[in-house]
Ligand binder design. Structure first.
Ligand SMILES: C[S@@+](CC[C@H](N)C(=O)[O-])C[C@H]1O[C@@H](n2cnc3c(N)ncnc32)[C@H](O)[C@@H]1O
Length: 206
């Protein structure tokens, strides 16, 4: 493959599509535009960055924020044989169809995110138990299904007025993540917005 063509295609809007994840290329611009609404310079909490596909976008757009990314990074995440509910059939691959080994997930996050974005701090653990001491948040990004309803509230409570709670929706063992999110939102008396043509969802704290 022509080298310059290769480089052009690997990076879409400044985002490295070699980093595996669930965020599709066509969602990069909508996510970037949502992130421009995050109150400037406030701390950000991301639960479940996986390999960092979403993290790199947050780190680029919210360059003045400190980003805390919490993940358990269990080894099975890199093991395509084990069905953990959301890894696509046929294995864990990046958008280029490349597979990777068990244990690569945390390694990719360290190599592609921590080394390149000094405003990102990794916390290995389970949310909300391993939540760092943060006074207030401008963004709470939760891209996973494994949380109890109460767990979402731990991040929501820290959000400032005008702060954003967001994520992307996908299916987990037949359950629509968005249904769970909507239930929490109902308790909080806010409505969830799903920008058309993307899997993103968000709400702004009143
Ligand atoms: C669907 S992936 C996130 C994808 C990523 N945002 C992207 O753009 O590709 C979900 C991640 O959430 C993590 N996770 C789920 N529940 C968690 C919890 N309670 N605490 C920490 N990490 C969690 C999993 O280990 C996994 O890496």
């Amino acid at each position: 493959m022509n080298k310059s063509l290769f480089l052009q295609e690997r990076f879409v809007a400044g985002v490295d599509t070699f980093i595996p994840g669930i965020l599709y290329t066509y969602e990069i611009e909508p996510l970037k535009s949502l992130l421009t609404q995050v109150p400037l310079g406030l701390d950000i909490l991301e639960v479940g960055p996986f390999c960092g596909r979403s993290t790199q976008i947050i780190a680029q757009v919210c360059g003045q924020s400190q980003i805390y990314s919490i993940d358990e990074w269990p080894e099975y995440l890199g093991n395509y044989r084990k069905d953990n509910g959301w890894i696509p059939d046929g294995g864990l691959r990046n958008l280029w169809g490349m597979r990777f080994r068990p244990s690569d997930v945390e390694h990719i996050f360290n190599r592609e995110i921590l080394k390149k974005y000094p405003n990102v701090r990794a916390i290995k653990g389970t949310f909300p138990n391993s939540m760092p001491e943060i006074e207030s948040l401008g963004l709470f990004y939760t891209d996973n299904t494994l949380l109890e309803q109460e767990s979402y509230l731990a991040g929501w409570d820290k959000l400032v007025s005008g702060g954003i709670w967001a994520g992307s929706r996908f299916y987990y063992k037949g359950t629509k993540l968005i249904d769970r999110i909507r239930k929490v939102a109902q308790r909080l008396n806010v409505s969830i917005i799903c920008p058309p043509g993307t899997t993103l969802w968000y709400t702004v704290k009143p």
